[in-house]
Design a protein around this ligand. Structure first.
Ligand SMILES: C[S@@+](CC[C@H](N)C(=O)[O-])C[C@H]1O[C@@H](n2cnc3c(N)ncnc32)[C@H](O)[C@@H]1O
Length: 185
């Protein structure tokens, strides 16, 4: 596991309803996610964004949620079942140094990386794996908490993304986050 991984108990805080006041998941995701899409979500935690992703992709889409912590994934699965979207979500446990998504090669339409890349051992490995999993032209929304990641660190993540073949196409405004939309070239 990485050095700065979010403790599992914080997962409960991250899915609490108050968070919607500053980060409305539907407003953040709706511009990018359509019915029938295949979505990759590294670091879903207990699924604050995952349930909304599952609603947006609909019954014919799927969300592959990949986390290093089994406690996050177990809670995510229970929340998905309660919301009636469990069959659209595949929860996978990742190793700290790899998402383990080689089987997704060129099949992902959209990747959400929200408050996770700074916890990974190597951003370059993440972006290389995300690029290999993505269809040509697929989008990736990268958002990092501005309280934990400074502009220079965010720019370094964007450089790692560029080396993997992602191009910045937008800079959405998300409260308390540094954010960019990347397109796989
Ligand atoms: C700060 S939480 C963010 C959770 C969620 N994205 C959200 O915004 O509510 C970071 C999550 O990333 C996971 N994580 C950390 N390193 C990871 C890695 N190398 N691969 C996959 N998930 C990772 C942690 O276990 C945790 O669930």
């Amino acid at each position: 596991m990485g050095k700065r991984v979010c403790p599992w108990w914080l997962g409960y805080v991250l899915v609490s309803p108050w968070r919607r006041w500053r980060e409305d998941p539907r407003a953040i995701l709706a511009p990018y996610v359509r019915a029938g899409m295949t979505v990759l979500e590294p670091g879903p935690g207990m699924g604050f964004f995952t349930l909304e992703l599952a609603r947006l992709v609909g019954p014919k889409g799927r969300v592959i949620a990949v986390d290093v912590q089994s406690r996050m994934l177990e809670r995510l699965k229970r929340r998905a079942a309660k919301a009636g979207v469990a069959e659209r979500i595949e929860a996978r446990q990742a190793a700290a140094d790899s998402m383990g998504v080689a089987d997704l090669a060129a099949s992902v339409d959209f990747t959400l990386a929200f408050a996770v890349v700074h916890e990974m051992l190597e951003a370059s490995v993440f972006f290389a794996e995300a690029a290999a999993a993505s269809k040509p032209g697929a989008l990736l929304l990268l958002a990092e908490p501005s309280g934990h990641v400074n502009q220079a660190e965010f720019d370094a993540e964007l450089q790692a993304a560029a080396a993997a073949g992602f191009v910045v196409v937008d800079r959405p405004v998300i409260r308390r986050s540094l954010a960019a939309v990347l397109r796989k070239s």
